[in-house]
Design a protein around this ligand. Structure first.
Ligand code: PLP
Length: 449
């Protein structure tokens, strides 16, 4: 193992020192030795770099048991008869540096609530990134608005700010930046464009708890910020979500809307139900779990960041591995996922699927991430729906279809490799396993085809 480490270090030095040719001539013969059993790929029956399990998720402690049980025994399970949701809302708003927070049943409904209270609906256009969880598409379509995609910046995996303005027209009402993978989008550029064109900004921060742009938390950078507390997320309670914001009237409206349209603050009691509402209330149990989970969020975030930066330093010299870039304004990322790009040209043209299988076999779970989902039929179904046919001219929808090409995004979808946040909760030495496994695959690339 020690010997391997030395070779890897030599290798990285050679790789970052210069060209692949230098690597090929100097380093490969040293450890591409085909007779050497230790270096045989796990997919080819060799010994995996790692067999030790990775941290599991979610993680909980006894503190949640007591409060969940006491809520159960009280019979006060909904927020109208308890204080737990309110307590969490106060705590979360404070942690985020926002004036207010309204919790919802999940992140999807947080986004739907934000779109509704900012009056985005039929006939409106919303600028979004195609590189996101499908919920971002769904909430815009579900609001009978047109999701107008902007190509992805492959270096950062985020919406490309240079390409936003060309998509804006008189029907554009909002930009919905997603801090995808927990890495902040370029909020200086997005906010400047929004201001210039008088658009609202709704941040889909559903993967970006405690991420920061110039020292301010993601979710507080636009008009409203939305979060998810689903089981896999960094602040989980099974299902849960929140809208945060500073505008008291808008937040009153959020509360009222999510509570069947009952009066709240500036939504005055002109009748029993002064505004049109829905029910998206969080339960007391969800909030009890969140109050327990929130205690570990800061330390976990620090660990993920330290390990992510260390891992980047370890793998950035490997030919064909392009580490992700963070924009200059990013003061902290959340790392819901750790991404890099795989350039098969440097790996003997081995397709990404085979690289992913080889990496998994070495004991490093990984995935290829999102596909080009805007091509999957969901968008076409929306365009053919009565909602859309009634709200947009045929000419508009035809033009929309013609514009549905995002080559940088599609290329990224072919090259991306994701590692889960769980891996980043392990130790620094565990990050070495990830780097070792990638180097091992690189060394053996001729035997992967
Ligand atoms: C998880 C997620 C959502 C939706 O949240 P749910 O709580 O699952 O409804 C929306 N957007 C992004 C980017 C997400 O990752």
């Amino acid at each position: 193992m020690n010997k391997n480490n030395v070779t890897r270090r030599q290798f990285i030095r050679a790789a970052s020192a210069g060209t692949i040719a230098a690597v090929a001539s100097r380093t490969i013969p040293v450890y591409g030795n085909p007779g050497k059993k230790a270096s045989k790929l796990a997919v080819r029956g060799g010994k995996p770099v790692r067999t030790k399990p990775w941290p599991s998720w979610p993680v909980w402690d006894k503190s949640a048991e007591k409060s969940v049980l006491s809520i159960l025994r009280s019979g006060n399970w909904f927020r109208g008869r308890g204080e737990t949701v309110l307590e969490f809302e106060k705590k979360y708003a404070e942690l985020m540096g926002a004036k207010r927070c309204v919790c919802t049943v999940n992140g999807t409904n947080a986004l739907l609530t934000a779109l509704h209270v900012l009056d985005i609906g039929v006939g409106d256009e919303v600028i979004v990134s195609p590189y996101t969880f499908i919920a971002t598409y769904n909430v815009v379509i579900g609001s009978a608005a047109l999701p107008v995609f902007v190509d992805t910046d492959p270096e950062t995996f985020q919406i490309n700010p240079d390409k936003i303005e060309e998509r804006i027209n008189k029907n554009t009402k909002a930009i919905m930046p997603v801090h995808i993978l927990g890495l902040p989008a370029n909020m200086d550029r997005i906010n400047a464009i929004a201001k210039k064109h008088n658009l609202v900004v709704i941040e889909d921060a559903c993967q970006a708890w405690l991420a920061e742009w110039r020292g301010k938390k993601c979710g507080t950078l636009g008009d409203l910020g939305c979060f998810s507390f689903q089981n896999s997320k960094h602040l989980p309670c099974g299902e849960g979500g929140a809208v945060i914001g500073d505008d008291e009237e808008i937040m009153d409206k959020c509360f009222s809307y999510h509570n069947c349209g009952r009066p709240h603050g500036s939504v005055e009691e002109t009748s029993r139900y002064p505004i049109i509402g829905t029910n998206r209330r969080m339960t007391e149990y969800q909030a009890a779990i969140l109050l327990s989970q929130i205690k570990r969020l800061e330390t976990d975030t620090r660990t993920r960041n330290e390990n992510a930066h260390y891992l980047t330093s370890k793998i950035k010299g490997i030919p064909g591995i392009i580490t992700h870039k963070l924009y200059g304004g990013v003061t902290r990322a959340a790392y819901h996922l750790y991404p890099f790009r795989y350039k098969k040209q440097h790996f003997n043209n081995v397709p990404r699927g085979k690289f992913l299988a080889a990496l998994s076999a070495e004991g490093i779970p990984c995935s290829g991430g999102y596909g080009p989902q805007y091509k999957d039929g969901l968008i076409e179904a929306a365009l053919n729906s009565n909602n859309f046919k009634r709200s947009f001219s045929k000419r508009r929808l035809d033009r929309y279809r013609q514009e549905l090409h995002y080559p940088d995004n599609d290329q990224l979808c072919k090259e991306a490799v994701w590692l889960s946040q769980k891996l980043l909760l392990a130790s620094k030495r565990d990050m070495d396993d990830i780097a070792d496994a990638i180097v091992k695959i690189y060394q053996n690339r001729d035997r992967l085809a």
